[in-house]
Design a protein around this ligand. Structure first.
Ligand SMILES: C[S@@+](CC[C@H](N)C(=O)[O-])C[C@H]1O[C@@H](n2cnc3c(N)ncnc32)[C@H](O)[C@@H]1O
Length: 200
């Protein structure tokens, strides 16, 4: 697995934060794949699920698949979304778990978390919380969540091994990890090339 030096790792984190500060303002020209409602439809989210959210919320979606479909999320469960962005999956998970459950979304970008807070308000969802967090160090006790979900975040995380270790730590025994992401096909780059290629 690609392991950048500490210096390169810091640079990558600041480039990721800068990119998502801009994304929180507008998705225009930021991605090479469909985003917003078109992205949700392309990712085969059921229409009735998409219909639960106003267009002003779905327009901020920039995931690459539908991780919520990977097992049935039911009433009363506790779900954690890693790299929640503007909060679309976390808000949809909140609708699935209902008022007896809880959905938590975390993201490294303060601006994306502000956007998620705004989307929480617009969608009138109460059982969802958002917090600025780096996924390699989750501020949660062990075995708290029934489901950990993540959509298009792991490919950006510098320390993927630690992010996955943290995800497993906070999952209850028998909990489920739902991942939608992009993978590199071919050989890994050396660390000097990594930053230039991080968003390709
Ligand atoms: C492509 S966006 C996907 C957002 C959201 N999951 C969605 O489907 O719309 C990736 C998100 O991961 C976040 N991210 C990247 N690296 C992260 C890290 N190390 N810790 C937490 N969040 C991270 C970014 O800030 C960004 O909001």
């Amino acid at each position: 697995m690609l392991r950048p030096s500490a210096e390169v790792a810091q640079k990558i984190i600041s480039v990721v934060k800068r990119k998502y500060k801009n994304v929180a303002e507008s998705l225009a020209c930021q991605f090479q794949y469909p985003t917003g409602k078109e992205g949700l439809q392309g990712g085969h989210y059921p229409e009735e699920l998409i219909g639960l959210l106003p267009d002003d919320v779905t327009k901020w979606y920039c995931g690459v698949g539908n991780p919520l479909s990977l097992s049935k999320i039911v009433s009363g469960e506790k779900v954690l979304d890693l790299g929640c962005g503007a909060g679309i999956d976390a808000i949809l998970a909140a609708k699935m778990v209902g008022s007896s459950g809880l959905s938590v979304g975390v993201d490294i970008s303060e601006e994306m978390i502000k956007r998620a807070q705004s989307n929480k308000k617009i969608s009138q969802t109460t059982n969802v919380l958002f917090q600025v967090v780096e996924v390699a160090a989750l501020p949660f006790y062990d075995e708290q969540f029934d489901v950990v979900t993540t959509n298009a975040m792991l490919n950006l995380a510098v320390d993927k091994k630690r992010a996955l270790k943290e995800a497993y730590r906070v999952l209850k025994k028998g909990g489920r990890l739902h991942v939608a992401d992009q993978i590199l096909v071919g050989s890994a780059m050396c660390s000097e090339q990594a930053m230039d290629c991080w968003f390709k």
